[in-house]
Design a binder for this molecule. Structure first.
Ligand code: ADP
Ligand code: ASP
Ligand code: MG
Length: 406
């Protein structure tokens, strides 16, 4: 007997028919004698629709945003429990506050602090399946919170850690983690396994098959995560764990992209200590996540131009902040650009193979793709390019690093 968490994403619970077929996957695990927690997302599209309702009222209060936006998961938790009962499985639904899943930090993007698992464990003793609404929790002030888009993955991982589950299965619309997004890239290959650190980079660079925070939680709590397909549940999927990647002799494991990038350039920023700190502190205080940063100094004029990227969704907020700050810091112009995307190659094998950046840039140049900004980490190289060239760049890099070949 094992204890396992099964998480079903939005496309897996998009209709009541799909919820009933997901319930059959749960049944096959329950019938093996396992203790089971099911975590559900909202029906695909439901969260976006709820956000649209909030946007229409157009009044800024993140605590009420969380009350509205968390409700999609309440619906699917109830429906999943009904579907399980219908096929003879004892179950009950749990909302975040009932478990409880306690969170900290600001509304909309709270962090899970802890999961108190006693009631779920009590369900196991009664052979009951606990169906938990993903994405939501309760703050120390007793308010409903949400934990960031795609957060049900993180709910599942935290619960798996709290109940010491053998594994956490993330059921979605693809049968594993691929060398690149199967919707965008030709000849992708499914990876049997991938390390936490590579998966964190893949996810944070745009491979939305797993939420980045959930992989970070899995790594810190040593939870084995499998990505598997709801539509072909017998496929073995991809294991994300500490296990060393079999393909470690490869420099590059995957290619990711993000089309949600905006670039801001500040023209003529005074070149003296403290200015960059003031700009980036102000953005951070307002929860604007800055990604790539480039600074060009004009030594003779004691001025610099500062370029950086932020998520598209934060552009209006950032421009407002910079407009005010720009006056105070006497910045002569704030420019912005929207039609950009970030393409990244990721691989822990990059650590011990020189020339990977050169090969990447050469490949892009052969395809006449201009690089606007570059950023690197130990196991990742990212470039900012014209959005229209995303597909071409991703496919060319996938081929040049031979990711289509075993
Ligand atoms: P869910 O609704 O189940 O949470 P998501 O839409 O969040 O599912 O994530 C699944 C999607 O992630 C897939 O449909 C796929 O297009 C996308 N994806 C992006 N990069 C990858 C990758 N490297 N491997 C697998 N899927 C990927
Ligand atoms: N429903 C939430 C979202 O769409 C959380 C999730 O699906 O994981 O972001
Ligand atoms: Mg998801």
């Amino acid at each position: 007997m094992s204890t396992i968490v099964l998480k079903f994403g939005g496309t897996s619970v998009a209709t009541t028919e799909l919820i009933e077929s997901a319930a059959n996957i749960v049944k096959s695990e329950y019938d093996k004698g396992n203790n089971i927690v099911v975590v559900v997302s909202a029906m695909s599209g439901a969260t976006n629709q709820l956000i649209e309702h909030v946007d229409k009222i157009n009044y800024n209060d993140d605590s009420e945003y969380d009350v509205v936006v968390s409700s999609g998961e309440q619906v699917t938790a109830g429906l999943m429990s009904l579907a399980l009962k219908k096929i003879g499985l004892p179950s009950r639904s749990w909302l975040g506050w009932q478990v409880p899943i306690i969170t900290r930090g600001s509304h909309r993007n709270s962090f899970i602090d802890k999961v108190i698992p006693d009631k779920i464990i009590n369900d196991f003793e009664n052979k009951k399946i606990a169906v938990v609404a993903g994405f939501q929790g309760i703050s120390n002030e007793g308010r409903i919170t949400t934990i960031g888009r795609g957060g049900s993955d993180n709910t599942a991982v935290f619960i798996a850690s709290a109940i010491k589950a053998e594994r956490c299965d993330i059921y979605t619309d693809v049968d594993g983690v691929y060398t690149s997004d199967p919707r965008m890239t030709e000849n992708v290959r499914r990876l049997d396994k991938i390390s936490y650190e590579e998966m964190i980079e893949m996810a944070s660079q745009g491979a939305k098959v797993l939420q980045t925070a959930s992989v970070e939680s899995a790594m810190s709590n040593d939870v084995d995560v499998y990505v598997r397909s709801t539509f072909s549940p017998s496929d073995k999927g991809t294991l994300i764990s500490n296990d060393v990647n079999h393909e470690n002799d490869r420099a590059v494991t995957g290619v990711a992209y993000s089309k949600d990038e905006a670039k801001i350039t500040l023209i003529d920023v005074e070149d003296k200590p403290g200015v960059a700190a003031e700009i980036f502190n102000k953005l951070a205080e307002n929860s604007v996540n800055v990604d790539m940063i480039v600074q060009n100094n004009f030594i003779e004029r004691k001025m610099t131009n500062l370029t950086f990227t932020i998520p598209m969704i934060d552009l209006d907020k950032a421009l407002k902040i910079l407009e005010n700050l720009g006056k105070k810091l006497k910045i002569s112009k704030v420019l912005n650009e929207k039609n950009l995307s970030k393409v990244s190659i990721i691989g822990s094998g990059m650590r011990n193979q020189p020339g990977i950046a050169a090969k990447m840039f050469e490949c892009l140049s052969k395809n006449k793709i201009n690089i606007e900004v570059i950023s690197t980490s130990e196991i990742k190289i990212s470039v900012l390019i014209d959005k229209d060239k995303t597909e071409e760049a991703v496919n060319a890099l996938h081929t040049v690093f031979q990711l289509d070949q075993i």
